[in-house]
Write a protein that binds this ligand. Structure first.
Ligand code: ZN
Length: 413
């Protein structure tokens, strides 16, 4: 019998439900599917025997508490994941299984073999020799991101309840919607959650531990032109599309996603439209270093100022909105939360994989609300599309890590 008998069955039950979140929705959660799914989670968390199970009104997160079974004063630890899935077909998800994978075969997703998992394309497959892999049938995503995290946290809580000999402090569970559309954590209610430190269990492969993310801003550029007949344009026409191109050309050429890696930041032009009359450019600005991030925003505004000066009027209008910040700024004030996770990985013989994330996590926002929240691996690979897969053995190890963190915190209190 598997160590966590409900881990995989619960995961499979959850991935079969369509919980795709709705971009640009104005409601919380972003659609009715997510409300219904949350209500189902409440029933399941109650059935496990957890306390204080409720849907937080502000965020629509499902919260639950596993009471302490020690008299020691232990930091309250939170474990967080999201149950919505990315913007990809999520209708009729049909998980498929590859048992005892040999680490080298090409896996057919659909029967015709139009879509495959090929180690030549996805070299990480080689890490899963001997594992049971759960894949899609090629027509949908899987939703391991992040229902693997949901199932792992629940399995850990269930295990701890069944094994009172493992001492732990109070554990808080938070399962939320709308991570994939970037809004779920905006409404996170730190006070109701009640944890002192927390982890999102939303990372990828075995061993991942992330406590450094980008600083992030969205930047919109609106260009106003003067449209006259091209025959009589000399000295009169201001072509908004041309000004927009000049704007883009004035940004550092190297600092684009396709030219950068590691800790290098960038300006990313993700959309452009334009006529002579008006043009619009949409960017995201990213950098791990807070000061360099601020400098990037200044440079961006400076390009607009320069063009406006050149034209003698406000042709270019820039609107910059910060999205999230590098959680390291918060976490490095007290590294306990990272050290605890590192130690848990080491005690379980899992090699910690620690790299700065070239993106954000829900923890980037939650950390700045006062709750330090690095990100732990949940196991998923190739997230957000039809090539997504997860190993059952990695999911078991992620569950081990959650339990070990709870146990270590108690031992060290
Ligand atoms: Zn995720």
């Amino acid at each position: 019998m598997a160590k966590y008998e409900n881990l995989i069955p619960r995961f499979l039950k959850y991935v079969k439900v369509n919980t795709r979140s709705t971009p640009n929705s104005t409601t919380v959660p972003s659609n009715e599917r997510l409300t219904k799914f949350a209500e189902g989670l409440v029933e399941d968390l109650k059935a496990i025997g957890l306390d204080n199970v409720h849907i937080n009104a502000q965020s629509s997160y499902v919260y639950a508490t596993l009471p302490a079974n020690t008299t020691k004063q232990v930091k309250k630890i939170g474990f967080i994941s999201h149950f919505d899935t990315a913007d990809f077909n999520s209708e009729n998800i049909t998980p498929k299984f590859v048992e005892n994978y040999d680490g080298q075969s090409v896996i057919k997703l659909d029967d015709a073999g139009k879509y495959t998992l090929d180690p030549a394309v996805f070299p990480n497959l080689k890490n899963y020799k001997g594992d049971t892999l759960i894949t899609t049938d090629g027509s949908t995503l899987l939703g391991a991101d992040d229902k693997s995290g949901v199932a792992e946290i629940m399995a850990a809580a269930e295990y701890l309840l069944a094994h009172p000999e493992i001492k732990h402090g109070e554990i808080e569970i938070g399962l939320g919607p709308d991570e994939e559309i970037g809004t779920g954590a905006d409404h996170f209610d730190v006070k109701d959650f009640g944890a002192d430190i927390a982890y999102t269990v939303d990372g990828g492969p075995l061993g991942q531990l992330e406590y450094e993310t980008f600083n992030a801003a969205d930047a919109q550029v609106e260009v106003t032109g003067t449209n006259v007949h091209p025959a009589e344009a000399k000295g009169v026409m201001v072509n908004a599309s041309q000004v927009a191109m000049d704007f883009h050309a004035a940004l550092p050429e190297h600092d684009r996603p396709e030219n950068t890696e590691g800790r290098e930041g960038f300006f990313h032009l993700y959309s452009m439209t334009g006529t002579v009359d008006s043009a619009h450019l949409s960017y995201i600005i990213r950098d791990h270093d807070r000061q360099v991030f601020e400098d990037r925003k200044k440079l961006f505004q400076g390009v607009a100022d320069q063009l406006n000066k050149q034209y003698g009027s406000e042709r270019v209008q820039v609107t910059i909105k910060d999205q999230y910040y590098n959680m390291r700024e918060v976490i490095e004030k007290d590294m306990t939360v990272v050290d605890l996770a590192k130690q848990a990985l080491e005690e379980l013989d899992i090699k910690p994989l620690i790299f700065p994330v070239r993106g954000g996590t829900d923890g980037s926002k939650i950390s700045f609300m006062g709750l330090p929240t690095p990100n732990l691996f949940a196991g998923g690979e190739n997230m957000h599309g039809r090539f997504e897969y997860v190993s059952e053995q990695t999911m078991e190890k992620a569950t081990d890590v959650v339990i070990k963190i709870a146990q270590l915190a108690e031992q060290q209190a």
